[in-house]
Design a protein around this ligand. Sequence first.
Ligand code: FAD
Ligand code: UDP
Length: 792
Amino acid sequence: MMDRAISAEQPSASTPAGVATPLERTEPKPGARPVLICLSHLRWNFVHQRPQHLMTRFARDHDVWFVEEPTYEAESAVDGADAWLDVVEATPGVEVLVPRLRGGRDPDARIRALLDARLAARSVRDPVLWYYTPMALAFTDHLAASLVVYDCMDELSAFQAAPPELVRQERRLLERCDVVFTGGWSLYEAKKALHANVHAFPSSVDVEHFGQARTLRTEPADQRAIPQPRIGFFGVLDERFDAALIDALAASRPDWQIVLIGPTVKIDPATLPRRPNLHYLGAKPYAELPSYLAGWQVALVPFALNASTRFISPTKTPEYLAGGVPVVSTPIHDVVRLYGTSDVVRIAPDAAGFAEAIESFLAADRERLLGEMDALLAPMSWQRTFERMRARMRECARPHRDDAPAGAQPREPVASVRGARRKPAFDYLVVGAGFAGSVVAERLAEGAGRRVLVVDRRGHVGGNAYDGYDEAGILIHRYGPHIFHTNAPRIAEYLSRFTEWRPYEHRVLSRVGEKLLPMPINLTTLNELYGLSLDGRAAEAFLAARAERVDVVRSSEDVVVSTVGRELYETFFRGYTRKQWGVDPSRLDKSVTSRIPTRTNTDDRYFTDAFQMMPRHGYTRMFENMLDHPNIRVMLGTRYEDVRDEFDCGHVIYSGPIDEFFGFRYGPLPYRSLRFVHETLDCERLQPVAVVNYPSEDVAYTRITEYKHLTGQRHPRTSISYEYPTAEGDPFYPVPSAENEALYRRYRLLADATPGVDFVGRLGTYRYYNMDQVVGQALALYKRLQPVVAAA
Ligand code: FAD
Ligand code: UDP
C-alpha cells in the first residue's frame, strides 16, 4: 500500500529538460545499501502481483526505486517545474517514483534528466536495473549498471493497443540485459532462442496470505447477502476475460451465483454481461481477497484463448488453491501444463464443460482435495522463487566499480553467456539433463553443496523421459512410453522427493491377426490364440512339448525358442525384434529378449516389480523439481562443445554417447533409433491398454501407445504415437552384442585414462538400462565422487 508521500523531486530549475544535471556529487555513505531501479508499466497500487512480491523482498537489502510510467499535467499551468518526481514510500525500502510531466513534449528526455539528477544527488553508482517494460529503455539506456534484468511477465506485444515500437525495444533490451526471467513456461519457450541466459520462473503464490481463506469465517459485507453456491473470479477484467463464456454459464445455471472481483480495464464495462446471478463487486485490496475467496465453493480462470493469453501463467490458479478452493480453467497453455493432470484443477473449453466441472466440485468432499492442493503448492512460494532469482543474478553480476562516476554511463551487457566477459565458475559441468545427469547434478548441489552447470543440447530437460502437453492439451511422452518400475525401495524413495505418484501397472496386448493377446505370453495368451482352456500345469506341459533344446543359450532367438518353441517365437518375437533392432534375433545378444518373461498363470502385467507407478504430474515436472536448486544452473539447447571452454568447471560428468565424446576414434558404436509419429484422434479412447504391440512384419511400426492410460488424464480426445524403428536418428538403444561390447570396452579404457571426466547413463556407459537402473548408477557415481567432493 502506498501510504506516505515523502517528497517531490526535480532537477535544477536552470537545467533544460532532457539534459543530465551536473549536480555536485557527494560520496556514498559507507555501508549504503545498493539501489535497484525497477521500471514498471504496472502501477504499484494497481493489483498486488509479481513486482510487489519480488520488490518487497529485494527491499530487505536494497533501496528499491519503483519507477512508474509518467503522468501528464496540463501545459497551461505555467508556474512551477516542467517535470518532477513524486516520491512515495510504498513499504519500507521501496520508494515509488512517478514522473510528473507538464505537457507531452519529449517525455523520455525529461524523465532521463529526473533520474540522472536523483542518481547523482545520492551518489548512486551501478544500480541494478530491473525491467518490466522495455519501453523504459528510452530513458535508462545510458545508465551504467551492475546488472540488467528483464523480468518478462507477459508477451506484451500481444496485448491490445500495445505500442508498435514495443517489439523493437524488447529486442534492444534483450541485447543489453544480462539475464532474462520469464513469468511462465510458454514465455520461456518463446524467449529462450532470443537470449542465452533465460530462466523460467512461473509466478509463485503467497500461500500464507491466501491460506487465510481456509479458516476465515467473517464475510465481507457486499458478499454476505449473495446466496450459495458461489463461484468466484478475481483479477483484471480485460480483453483476456471470456465474457461470453461467463454469460452462457450464468444463463445455464441461474441457481449458481457468480462473483466477479477486479477492476475493468481496456474494455467497455457496458460490454460485460448482466444477469441477476452475476455479481460485479469491483476491485478489492489485495489484503481483502482471502475473505472473499473464503466464501466460494469453486473458483474460475475464464480466459479466452487469444493472442493475449497465449503466454500467460495466471497466478490466480495457485492463489485459489492456497485458499482451498478448486479451480475450473479454460485450456490456457501454462495452466494445462502445470495442473492438467491434477484433480483439483479441471480444464474445460466452454460453458458446458465449466458447468460439468463445477458440478463435480460442488459434489466433492473438499477436505479430500486439500491434500493435493498442498502438494501442488509446496514448491511454489515467492520466497523460493526470489532466492532462485538471486542465485541466477549473483552468477552474472559484475562487481561495483570504485572509480566510476555516478549516474549516466554507457554500458555493455555483462554476459550474454556465450559472449561472456567473465567466465562464471562451477565445480561441475554435467552434460545431459536426463535421468543420469539430473540425478548427479541434484546430489552434487543438494548433497554436497557444489555449484553445478547442467547443459543439454535438446531444448528441454528429462532426456528421453521428457513429457509435455501436445497441441490438444494432452500429456504425451515425446520419445515413446516411459513406465517407471523398480524393485529398489532406495530408488523409489529418492525420486519421491521430487514427485508424487499415481499407481499404474502396465499391460500390453499384442496384435495377432484380428486378436489382441496379452504380452508377455501367459495362460490367457495360449488359450485365446489356440482356442484352448488349459490350466497352469497343462500350459507348462504345452510349452515344454514345444520348447526346443538349445545347448548354450547365446542369442535372443535361443532364449525364446528354448522356452516356448518356434511357432510362438515366430508369432510374437521374430518380426517385432527384426523391426526393432534391424537384425535377426539369432544375431542379437540373449539379454534383449530375456527382458520378457513367459508365464503360465494369468498375470498379465508387463512388469512384476514391487514399485510400479507414474509421476503424478509427469516426468518433466519431476525433473524440474530435481533441478530447481540455487546451486544448479541449467542451459538448454546447449552442446557440451559450446560451453567446454566458456566456463571454469572443475570436473565433467558426461551422459552423452561415449564414442562421440572421443570423436569416434575407434569408429561409431551402433545405436538403434526410432521415428515417432504422434497423432490426436477425435475419440475419447482408441485401445483397451496403453500399448499394443504389432509383431507382424506386414506393418512397419512396432507399437502404438495411447498416453491417457499412462497419465490418467481425462480429455474428450486422445493422443497416440506409432514407433517406427530406424538406423539413423537420436541414439535411443545401445545394441547389445559381443562385438559391440568389445568396441565399448576400448572406449571405456580411454575413459579410464582421461582425468576429470566421469561417464554415466545409457549412452555414457553403453548399457540397455531402464530408468531405475540409470538412477541407481547415477547415485553410485555420486557416492564414488564424494571423496573428490570433500577434497574440493
Ligand atoms: P538420456 O535420457 O538419453 O539423456 C541423455 C541426455 O544427454 C539427452 O537429453 C541428450 O540430449 C544429452 N546429450 C547427449 N550428448 C550431449 C552433448 N554433447 N551436449 C549436450 N547434451 C548432450 N525405461 C524404463 O525404465 N521404463 C520404460 O518404460 C522405458 N521406456 C523407454 C522407451 C523408449 C522408446 C526409450 C528410447 C527408452 C525407454 N526407457 C525406459 C529407457 C529410459 O529412457 C532410459 O533408461 C533413460 O532415459 C536414460 O537416461 P540417461 O540420462 O542415461 O539418457
Ligand atoms: N519383444 C518382442 N515382441 C514383443 C515385445 C518385445 O519381440 O511383443 C522383444 C524385442 O526384441 C524388444 C525386446 O523384446 O526389443 C525387449 O522388449 P521391451 O518391451 O523391454 O523393450 P523396450 O521397452 O526397451 O523398447
